[in-house]
Write a protein that binds this ligand. Structure first.
Ligand SMILES: Nc1ncnc2c1ncn2[C@@H]1O[C@H](COP(=O)(O)OP(=O)(O)OP(=O)(O)O)[C@@H](O)[C@H]1O
Ligand SMILES: [Mg+2]
Length: 348
């Protein structure tokens, strides 16, 4: 995470910084609240603020109030010499995420940061879900109209078994489409705090591939795995991570339909310097035309008959929920690689 540490005492910043850096976080420093606001105003990426309460000119509480006016959900942890009751109440009213009473250990700080991060993941989830609802209603309107139209036409064609069959078939197809959109959207809202756990990424990738064993065999896709022989673990929502990789694997399988060479490569690697974990899903499929690359994460964008176009929207949101990044590299006629990187390998 990019953590902005705000404290008027440089020694304090330095000691916190050492602890955070040792856990793979990136630290930005501000010696005053005013300096911290400058970072936020110039658009610097900040994932969490760790601020001292007692600072000259503007204290931590005043800083928190200013932050809340613009950044409603940015996690803020306040460091105090003593957590006085009135201060705590006022800070909580302004949605301060947590307090650290000085002196504290690096482990205590990391624990607080982790739980603030998880709370943020949950909030983002429900915010994003409600954002999708108007679009969702719009999208199910087409299949709904088609169901209504086909049902009315079937009523008019009751004497022709053939025609009725066709209309019923159209109704089934349209209903399936709504069911798929529903299913995809439901997976977005399923993160809860108690689902956050230590996830063994290699085990998870193996489970996903096993789930598709039948489909892979049926489609004639061979699989190559390269997991580097190290333990790769993340703190995250196992169910959501599973949805993420299932969507990527399914897209890869789809992309190789009708191709001569059908090879799916799944690679996982740890980067010791950044203490991050990267997973690559690589196919030898049709590739993505350059004019579509920018659109593939847009809700409901699909180039497949029967596709919802929500797969990659969900993938991107799950990646972001885990503070990760996703990159696409594709060549038409050659194949596509989706690279997903997450911070914080907690494997040994
Ligand atoms: N590995 C891939 N190779 C080629 N094209 C891809 C690949 N992954 C995604 N795409 C393109 O991006 C589009 C959007 O993908 P997304 O997963 O969001 O929806 P979908 O696969 O069309 O529908 P659904 O996920 O509901 O089946 C796809 O229709 C496809 O054109
Ligand atoms: Mg898909």
């Amino acid at each position: 995470m990019n953590i902005l540490v705000v404290d008027d005492e440089r020694v304090q910043i330095e000691s916190v910084k050492r602890g955070l850096k040792s856990k793979g976080h990136k630290v930005l420093e501000a010696l005053s609240a005013e300096e911290a606001l400058k970072y936020l105003n110039n658009g610097t990426k900040v994932d969490l603020i760790l601020t001292d309460y007692s600072m000259p000119k503007m204290n931590g509480l005043e800083l928190l109030k200013k932050i809340r006016k613009v950044h409603g959900s940015l996690p803020v942890i306040m460091m105090t010499a003593y957590a006085e009751k009135n201060l705590v109440i006022e800070a909580l009213r302004n949605r301060c995420d947590s307090f650290m009473e000085k002196p504290f250990t690096v482990d205590q700080l990391i624990r607080e940061i982790e739980s603030a991060r998880m709370r943020m993941i949950q909030n983002t989830d429900s915010d994003q879900l409600s954002e999708l609802i108007p679009e969702f209603l719009h999208q199910i309107n087409n299949p709904l109209m088609s169901i209504l139209g086909s049902a009315e036409l079937a009523m008019l064609a009751l004497d022709s078994e053939e025609a009725v069959k066709k209309f019923i078939n159209d109704i089934i197809e349209a209903t399936k489409k709504i069911r798929m959109i529903n299913k995809q959207l439901l997976t977005l809202g399923q993160t809860t705090d108690d689902k956050i756990e230590k996830v063994n990424m290699i085990g998870l990738l193996d489970e996903c591939l096993n789930m598709f064993r039948g489909l892979l065999a049926l489609k004639g896709v061979s699989v190559e795995k390269d997991f580097g022989g190290h333990e790769l673990c993340l703190f995250g929502d196992k169910f959501a991570l599973e949805q993420l990789f299932k969507n990527l694997i399914l897209n890869a399988i789809d992309s190789m339909d009708g191709r001569h060479e059908k090879l799916l490569k799944v690679r996982a690697a740890a980067n010791k310097n950044t203490s991050s974990v990267s997973i690559y899903i690589e196919d030898a499929g049709c590739g993505i035309p350059s004019e579509s690359i920018d659109k593939i994460f847009t809700p409901y964008f699909t180039r497949k008959e029967g596709g919802t176009g929500l797969g990659l929207t969900i993938v991107k949101r799950i990646v972001e929920k885990h503070r990760g990044v996703i990159r696409v590299c594709s060549q038409v006629g050659k194949g596509t690689t989706l690279k997903v990187s997450f911070p914080g390998n907690c494997g040994s």
